[in-house]
Design a protein around this ligand. Structure first.
Ligand code: SF4
Ligand code: SF4
Length: 107
């Protein structure tokens, strides 16, 4: 086997049953520093995520990234590619709460 050495592959090596494992305890959380809503095209995090957990919602003047929490494995591959360090790993429950509050605040 000639697998590329990435954090994700290491994560999988230690969790061979990942596909059927319990949901990740920590997931990605995208903060306000993201440049996409300000009209700067980036989307590096979306490209770095092998399971396509980061999606983008078009909005006036740019796009808003958001996380599919049920898909995110918490591997952390999206963190180092962000040029403004807008992504962190957060407790799953806290991330769900943040997504709920953001949805309520949306017009
Ligand atoms: S932590 Fe991993 S699975 Fe979750 S959004 Fe980032 S790259 Fe995707
Ligand atoms: S990599 Fe960072 S700045 Fe770029 S779209 Fe993702 S969160 Fe926004």
């Amino acid at each position: 086997m000639n697998a590329t050495l990435t954090r994700r592959n290491l994560f999988r090596a230690f969790r061979p049953g990942e596909a059927t494992a319990a949901p990740a305890e920590r997931v990605a959380q995208i903060g306000q520093a993201c440049v996409e809503p300000r009209g700067v095209t980036c989307r590096r995090c979306g490209e770095a995520c092998d399971v396509a957990a980061i999606k983008f919602r078009l909005m006036r003047g740019g796009a808003q990234p958001y996380l599919d929490i049920s898909t995110c494995t918490g591997c952390g591959e999206c963190l180092p590619v962000c040029p403004v360090s807008a992504i962190a790993l957060a407790d799953r429950d806290r991330a769900i709460l943040a997504v709920s509050l953001a949805a309520e605040a949306r017009p």
